[in-house]
Structure formats: structure tokens, C-alpha cells
Design a binder for this molecule. Structure first.
Ligand SMILES: Cc1cc2nc3c(=O)[nH]c(=O)nc-3n(C[C@H](O)[C@H](O)[C@H](O)COP(=O)(O)OP(=O)(O)OC[C@H]3O[C@@H](n4cnc5c(N)ncnc54)[C@H](O)[C@@H]3O)c2cc1C
Length: 554
């Protein structure tokens, strides 16, 4: 009988254990988990803070007893692995209840230790009231701090997925939140203009959002009898708080791997091949701790998300029992909701695509989540990034009140299958008035991009407005122009264009704009077929609104 020891019993480790048992009834499977819980829902923790998820038990997806009964797996919580002896094939374990150490022999090890929240070595970082969120005990400590200190003001540091979710949940408790982010945008997985609607949403909900702002130190508030804190910022400002949550990213827990000499990547992740094997053929690694292939560039990357961790755990279990399977790579498909707005992304954003030197183009579209005539339609702001040579889809971002994540899921699958914008144009998706449109938003971005690829449409971006001496032509109605003016040089409503062509020069470029790009596209087709050099200001006024004030990704 062979023995597999799994180190870490949450997303990657628990999936690996269950799959191993389904693959092999005979194998001795031991899961060693340092913490008090196995297979808990870390993704639910922000919602547990606010009480939206009411009970701790709801986060505990399985117990050691369940694993024993259902899968005959030996799960030991409170058992941390302290070293791996690769020569003897033995791991050393410390039991937290009595600090006793013991050894276990293995045939295979699966490392699934995850990643720990970064705690920067700033002055005052160890003051009471400054927390990170990773485990159920972390959440319980924060919950009781909120209760005991009657927290009214909180500072959340980091405007990524966890920071935003924590902000929303603290706000839900009636706590005034200051969200501090070092970059000039929230959610760096998105391009700056696509993150703008979320920043607006946070501010209009009452969050004090400070962008481009760095925390330099923490201090206890002078003469305060409570544990009040002062958070000092690089710009000389300071913010008072009863609670601080750090959400500035995670670091792979690769100390064990490093100590036993496994290969690590430049940022400390465990290096694995496509079978999730480390540099030692008997040791596998999965989840937040590993560096894997980027499904789009083919380079190395690390994406700390639950989906990849689960799939990698399952795949490692298959490889251990001798099946030939390979991990396809990660593409960073992620979603986050805050204050009713959903932000979703997959693949490369424009910034990343350009940083990788991929010749790319982007298009924007602002379709409705479902047909406008069915009540309750709302806009989805979409951006598609594609290879300008081949039309291959590289990435997409969507922001909207409803239906954003569904569109990104479709495009995520398309990316995995190596699809082009022509595939998105042709994709057949479900439609009825309350769900979508006969031309789904996915088709819409595909069609715009396909028009560009075919040369039916030339696009200019907002930071290129009026460049090269271009005349900017607004084809919206007079009312729209009056209500929402933009800096254009000429206004001719689309329906008057054919009769007013004489007002337009043939010897200089014309950039055409409307609300979202559809009327401008029609205008361009009229103009191009008559010999005018017309291009589209991509995404229309809707994109301009979010674009102004942000730094272009080009
Ligand atoms: C607050 C929060 C919200 C999140 N929300 C989302 C979300 O909405 N969507 C999403 O996709 N992802 C989300 N994530 C990320 C997701 O939870 C992780 O990507 C995923 O859990 C990684 O799985 P893993 O198995 O690699 O590591 P983990 O799930 O972190 O499990 C690793 C386990 O290994 C244990 N361990 C470490 N070292 C040892 C050792 N030496 N011995 C024994 N045990 C050890 C740790 O105690 C830990 O329990 C969230 C994470 C957090 C913290």
C-alpha cells in the first residue's frame, strides 16, 4: 500500500485528497493541516465578518470526521509539517495540542500550503487593532474586536479583491471605511479606465477612497484610552481608525519547499511542471504556493485563486495514480462584487498584453445586460483585448450591475479554446428578453473587434483624441450634446450626415464619436464609402467618461 501525505487541507489539499480516494481505494492518504479547520470556505470570510454568512459552521465545508467516514482519509488538523526529508522520504510533524513531534513516511507528498497575507514591516504594524484575514480564527478575532471596541471607523489597506469585499462588509455593519490604495486605481487586475466605475461606486456608497496613497506608519492615538489608531500616509495626511485590515496581497508559503531544496521561482513560488510535479518527482505542489504556466503567454505566472487551486489538486491526484494529465495553465479569471456592481476579468488586460510585447488592439462596448425594452436593463461596460495580427482573444473585462460575470465566463472559455474575435462574433448564446439580446454582449464585442480586423472600422482611443490634426465629429442628437458635452470640433447628428457631407474635409482624418459607438460606426461606414478618412473614438462618450483622468495602458 502506498502513502500520500498532503500538506495543507483547504482548497488544493482537500480536492486532491478526495480525488485520490476516488482514484484509489487502497492508498493510505493523510492530510496534515496546521490550522483548526480543514476544507473551510476562505472566500466566504468577508461575508462572515458582516454576518451576511451568519454562522461559523456554514464556512466549514467538511470536517475530519466527514473525511474519515466518506472517504476513509486520515485528516489531522492542528498538525503542522516542520520539515521534509527527501532522501528518507519522511515528513516531520508538530502537533499543536501538546507540541509533540513525530515522523511519517511517504511515497508521495502534495504540498498545498497556500499563501499568507503580506504584513509590511512598517512602524507600528504590531499594534493591537491591525489585522489580516485568511482563516476562520482571523475572522473571529476581527469580529470580536469590532464588537468589543464598538468600531465606528476602519481603514482597509489594499484595493484588490479582498480589500474591496472587506470594505463592503464593514460598511454593511455601519462602519465608516477609508480604503487606501497605493496605485492610482482600485483592482489592478483591470485596466485603469475599467476600474473607474468601481471607484465611483465605492465613493457614492460613502467609502473614503484614497488612491495613489501609501501608508507609512501606524501609531496609537495620543491620550486615547481606547485602542484608537492613527494611520500615517506618505502625503503627510493621517487617518484615525478603530480597526485596520491589511489586504495588500499574499506571499506563497514555500518555506518547507525551500528548506528541502525544491526549485522556487523568482517570487518564491514553488516551481512545478504541467503535471504539478516539483523538481522532486515524488513531491507535487498545487494552489497559491505554486508558479505555473500562463495559458495566454506560455510564460510563468502565479494566480492565487480558488479555482486553479481546486483543479490543480484534482489533477495532481490523477497524476499520482499514473494518469497522464497536464494542467492547461491559468488565465486569471476572477469576479468581485461591491455595492451592487460586479467587476469581472479574464486573461490579459491591455497593460499586461503590451508589457509582454504582444501586438494587441482593444475595443470597448457598452451593451445592455438584456434587451432595453424588457424592464430593468442595465449597462455592461466591456473591454476586449485581442491580438491585432491574428484576432486571437487575449483578455476581457466587464463591469456592470447585472450579467458581467456571465459574459466574462463565456470569453474565458473562448480564450481557453484559443478562440479569435471571429469566434466571439459567431458564438451562439441563449437569449430571451429577460436574459440577453439576440446579439449578446459577447457577440457585440466580437463584432466590433471583427470589424476592426477586417478593416471595416479603424479605431482611435481617447488619449489619441484630435491627434494628427483630426477633426472630431460628434454624431449624437442635439439634446445629448447639450446634456453631456465633450470637447469636439463639429456636431452633425447621424440622421443629417448624408445631407451635410460638404461640411467635412476629405484631406484630413475625422474621428467620429457618439454615445457608445454604434451610431458612430454607422457614420463611419457612410463616410468611408465616400472617400473620407473616418475612424471611431472607441466606446464613445461612455468610455471617455471613465477614461478621462486615468493613465492610458498604451
Ligand atoms: C478572505 C479571502 C477571500 C477570498 N475570496 C476568493 C474568491 O472569492 N474567489 C477566489 O477564487 N479566491 C478567493 N480567495 C483565494 C482562495 O481562497 C485561495 O486561492 C485558495 O484557498 C488557495 O488554496 P490553497 O489550497 O492553495 O491554499 P489555502 O486554501 O490557503 O490552504 C492552505 C492550507 O495549508 C495550511 N498549511 C500551510 N503550511 C502548512 C504546514 N507546514 N503544515 C500543515 N498545514 C499547512 C494552512 O494552514 C492552510 O489552511 C480568497 C482568499 C481569502 C483569504
Amino acid at each position: 500500500m502506498t502513502t500520500t501525505i498532503i500538506i495543507g487541507g483547504v482548497a488544493g489539499g482537500a480536492s486532491c485528497a478526495a480525488r485520490l480516494r476516488r482514484n484509489d481505494e487502497q492508498m493510505n492518504i493523510v492530510v496534515l493541516e496546521r490550522g483548526p479547520h480543514v476544507s473551510f470556505a476562505n472566500c466566504g470570510l468577508p461575508y462572515y465578518l458582516s454576518g451576511i454568512i451568519a454562522k461559523e459552521e456554514e464556512l466549514l465545508l467538511a470536517t475530519p470526521e466527514f473525511f474519515k467516514q466518506r472517504f476513509n482519509i486520515d485528516v489531522r488538523t492542528g498538525n503542522g509539517v516542520t520539515s521534509i526529508d527527501r532522501k528518507k522520504r519522511v515528513v516531520k510533524v508538530r502537533r499543536s495540542e501538546d507540541s509533540k513531534e513525530y515522523s511519517l513516511a511517504y511515497d508521495h507528498v502534495v504540498l498545498a500550503p497556500g499563501a499568507s497575507p503580506i504584513r509590511p514591516p512598517l512602524p507600528g504594524i504590531d499594534l493591537p487593532g491591525i489585522f489580516s484575514l485568511r482563516t476562520v480564527p482571523d475572522s473571529n478575532v476581527i469580529k470580536s474586536w469590532i464588537h468589543q471596541h464598538k468600531v465606528k471607523r476602519a481603514v482597509v489597506i489594499g484595493g484588490g479583491f479582498i480589500g474591496i469585499e472587506v470594505t463592503e462588509n464593514l460598511h454593511h455593519l455601519g462602519i465608516a471605511v477609508t480604503l487606501i490604495e497605493r496605485m492610482n486605481q482600485v483592482m489592478v487586475a483591470l485596466d485603469p479606465e475599467m476600474a473607474q466605475p468601481l471607484a465611483n461606486q465605492l465613493r457614492s456608497a460613502g467609502v473614503d477612497l484614497r488612491l495613489g496613497c501609501e501608508v507609512t506608519a501606524f501609531e496609537k492615538k495620543p491620550r486615547s484610552r481606547k485602542d484608537e489608531l492613527v494611520v500615517k500616509l506618505g502625503n503627510g495626511e493621517q487617518v484615525e481608525a478603530d480597526l485596520v485590515i491589511l489586504a495588500i496581497g499574499v506571499r506563497p508559503e514555500s518555506e518547507l519547499a525551500k528548506a528541502c531544496g525544491l526549485d522556487l521561482g523568482p517570487r518564491g513560488h514553488i516551481v512545478v511542471n504541467s503535471h504539478m510535479r516539483t523538481s522532486d518527482p515524488n513531491i507535487f505542489a498545487v494552489g497559491d504556493a505554486v508558479e505555473v504556466k500562463c495559458a495566454i503567454t506560455g510564460g510563468r505566472t502565479a494566480v492565487p485563486l480558488a479555482g486553479p487551486a481546486n483543479r490543480q489538486g484534482r489533477l495532481a491526484a490523477d497524476v499520482i495514480v499514473g494518469r497522464r494529465r497536464s494542467f492547461r495553465g491559468v488565465q486569471g479569471t476572477a469576479v468581485c462584487g461591491a455595492f451592487g456592481l460586479t467587476v469581472a476579468t479574464t486573461g490579459l488586460n491591455e497593460r499586461a498584453a503590451r508589457a509582454h510585447g504582444i501586438p494587441c488592439e482593444v475595443v470597448y462596448a457598452h451593451p445592455r445586460n438584456h434587451v432595453g425594452y424588457y424592464p430593468g436593463a442595465s449597462t455592461i461596460n466591456m473591454k476586449l483585448v485581442f491580438d491585432s495580427g491574428t484576432g486571437r482573444v487575449l483578455g476581457a473585462q466587464a463591469v456592470g450591475m447585472d450579467g458581467a460575470e456571465r459574459r466574462i465566463d463565456v470569453i474565458a472559455m473562448a480564450i481557453q479554446m484559443g478562440a479569435t474575435v471571429f469566434d466571439l462574433e459567431e458564438t451562439e448564446l441563449c437569449y430571451a428578453p429577460q436574459y440577453g439580446a439576440a446579439k449578446d454582449p459577447v457577440n457585440m464585442v466580437g463584432m466590433v473587434a471583427a470589424n476592426v480586423m477586417r478593416g471595416d472600422l479603424t479605431i482611435a482611443h481617447w488619449d489619441q483624441m484630435a491627434s494628427g490634426g483630426a477633426l472630431v465629429l460628434d454624431v449624437r442628437t442635439a439634446k445629448e450634446v447639450k446634456d453631456d458635452p465633450i470637447p469636439t470640433s463639429l456636431h452633425i447628428p447621424i440622421d443629417e450626415l448624408r445631407s451635410r457631407l460638404k461640411a467635412l474635409p476629405k484631406n484630413k482624418p475625422i474621428q467620429v464619436v457618439c454615445g457608445v459607438g454604434i451610431r458612430a460606426y454607422n457614420a463611419i461606414r457612410i463616410l468611408r464609402q465616400r472617400g473620407y478618412q473616418a475612424s471611431l473614438l472607441s466606446g464613445g462618450v461612455s468610455t471617455w467618461r471613465y477614461h478621462k483622468g486615468t493613465k492610458p495602458s498604451r
